[in-house]
Design a protein around this ligand. Structure first.
Ligand code: PEP
Ligand code: MN
Length: 272
């Protein structure tokens, strides 16, 4: 393990996505479908998660699927839906960029670029994102040491972009009962030794929707700066990651509990 110095409070970076600021006592929830599937799916989800207290919308345009025969995302067909939904809801949108060649085409529609777990080591992509002015949510690869994750963030910083949010999304361990294993050690470690806000993706971490609320609360209690949660109008029919998506009512319930828990720690749930 490398010897890092704890980050002084005055050196901590705060990152703004739309109207929501990550860092300090704020707690921000990003929610939405794994993949954008239709305008109606994105719109109904956005309206519902906003009402429940999510401040930022998520939705995949291109998907990095294990099998090439699985749904790969709508690609550029999703762009018109994003435009309409953002206009109707006023929500900012986070979406994964899987290829540096896609950045230009989505730049005006996406408020923050997500780097997926599989692309954390794609240094050419990180270098390109370093040149951009928009925030980057950098997911930890499921096999990456924390040190490698923090060094991946350094690639983005080196290009001139300090608007980085780190996202722990579960790692591979010997355990296969759950999709991945949420590494809360990494969350508290990164919060202490890296200047960037740290959020948790409980959906990919555990992979089982009924267990997502509990680890969301654990992440909040551990001091995460927010969550990235998958929500779908009808998870059973989702084109990707349906097993881990919360329904609207499950998400609403989770947000109510979260708000109570955050109050114990003098944290504020940022709402629109
Ligand atoms: C996602 O957010 O839908 C996703 C593909 O996540 P990850 O890169 O963490 O697997
Ligand atoms: Mn997903």
């Amino acid at each position: 393990m490398s010897k890092l110095q704890p980050i002084a409070p005055e050196s901590r970076v705060q990152v703004q996505i739309g109207n929501a600021r990550f860092g300090g006592q704020n707690f921000v929830v990003i929610a939405g479908p794994c993949s954008i599937e239709s305008e109606e799916q994105l719109l109904t989800t956005a309206l519902s998660v906003k009402e429940s207290g999510a401040a930022v919308l998520r939705g995949g345009i291109w998907k990095m699927r294990t099998s090439p025969t699985s749904f790969q995302g709508l690609g550029t067909d999703a762009l018109a839906y994003i435009k309409t939904v953002k206009q109707k809801t006023g929500m900012a949108l986070v979406s994964e960029v899987v290829d540096p060649r896609h950045i230009e085409g989505i730049f005006d529609l996406v408020d923050a670029f997500q780097v997926g777990a599989r692309n954390m080591h794609n240094y050419e992509l990180l270098k390109e994102l370093g040149k951009q002015s928009k925030p980057v949510i950098l997911k930890r690869n499921f096999s990456a040491y924390v040190d490698e994750w923090l060094k991946a963030a350094d690639y983005i910083v080196k290009g001139g972009n300090k608007n980085i949010i780190l996202c722990e999304r579960g790692i591979r361990t010997f355990e296969t009962a759950t999709r991945n294993t949420l590494d809360l050690n990494a969350v508290v470690y990164a919060k202490k030794y890296s200047p960037f806000p740290v959020i948790v993706d409980p959906s990919h971490a555990i992979g089982i929707s009924s267990l997502v609320p509990q680890i969301s609360y654990a992440a909040a209690a551990a001091g995460a700066d927010g969550l990235l949660i998958e929500v779908h109008p009808n998870p059973e029919e989702a084109l990707s990651d349906g097993d881990q998506a919360l329904t609207f009512s499950e998400f609403t319930k989770t947000m109510k509990q979260l708000e109570k828990l955050l109050a114990v720690f003098d944290r504020t749930l940022v709402k629109l």
